[in-house]
Design a protein around this ligand. Structure first.
Ligand SMILES: [Zn+2]
Length: 182
C-alpha cells in the first residue's frame, strides 16, 4: 500500500493546489500533502520499535493507533510546528496541507483494508473499513496492480484539471478585454 498512498496523494495535491491557486491566487505548498501521505503509518514504525523494546517502553503502540482523529490533530500540529519553525511556512497553511495528506491516507486505507482503524478512538471504538478492492497481486512490490492503475488514471485526470484551471483565467480575461470598452 506504500506506493498507492503516494500516487493518490500526488493526484489530490495537484487538484487541491490548482483549485486553491485559481480561487485565492496564492500558491499552496502542496508538496506537504504528498510528503505526509505516509504520516499515519508512523504508528507502524512505532509498533516495531515498542514491541522490540518492550522491556524499556512497557507498552506496545499498535499499527492503527495513529489512524484516529487525535492522531490527525496531534501529528498535524507537530509537523506544522516544525514546518513553521524550520521552513517558515504559516502554521495554518501547513496544518491544512498535513491534514489533507493524512485524511487521503485514511480514505485509501478505508477503501482497501477491512477493519483497520477506529478513527474516533478512544471516544468511540467502532472500526471502519469498506474494502472495495482486494489486494491480490503486487506490481513490483510497489502496490496492488489495479489500485496503481486507477491511481495513474487519477493523476492524468488531476493534471487535466490543472491544465484547464491554468487556462481558464486567460480565456476569461481575453473575453473580458474583448467586451470592455477601450
Ligand atoms: Zn495506514
Amino acid at each position: 500500500m506504500f506506493g498507492e498512498h503516494i500516487l493518490y496523494s500526488i493526484a489530490f495535491a495537484i487538484i487541491i493546489g490548482s483549485i486553491y491557486e485559481y480561487v485565492f491566487n496564492v500558491t499552496l505548498p502542496v508538496w506537504i500533502i504528498a510528503a505526509c501521505a505516509w504520516l499515519p503509518d508512523v504508528d507502524y514504525i512505532l509498533q516495531t520499535i515498542t514491541s522490540n523494546f518492550y522491556y524499556v517502553t512497557h507498552f506496545i503502540l499498535y499499527h492503527g493507533d495513529f489512524h484516529t482523529i487525535f492522531g490527525l490533530i496531534g501529528l498535524s500540529c507537530i509537523i506544522s510546528y516544525m514546518l513553521n519553525k524550520y521552513k517558515n511556512i504559516k502554521f495554518m497553511t501547513s496544518f491544512f496541507c498535513v491534514s489533507i495528506g493524512f485524511i487521503i491516507h485514511m480514505f485509501c486505507d478505508y477503501f482497501v483494508y477491512d477493519m483497520v482503524f477506529h478513527p474516533l478512538y478512544p471516544l468511540d471504538c467502532v472500526i471502519w473499513g469498506c474494502p472495495l478492492i482486494d489486494e491480490f497481486g503486487s506490481f513490483y512490490g510497489i502496490g496492488e496492480f489495479s489500485i496503481i492503475t486507477i491511481g495513474l488514471i487519477f493523476i492524468v485526470f488531476a493534471l487535466t484539471i490543472k491544465i484547464v484551471l491554468d487556462n481558464i483565467p486567460k480565456l476569461f480575461l481575453n473575453k473580458f478585454y474583448e467586451i470592455a470598452p477601450s
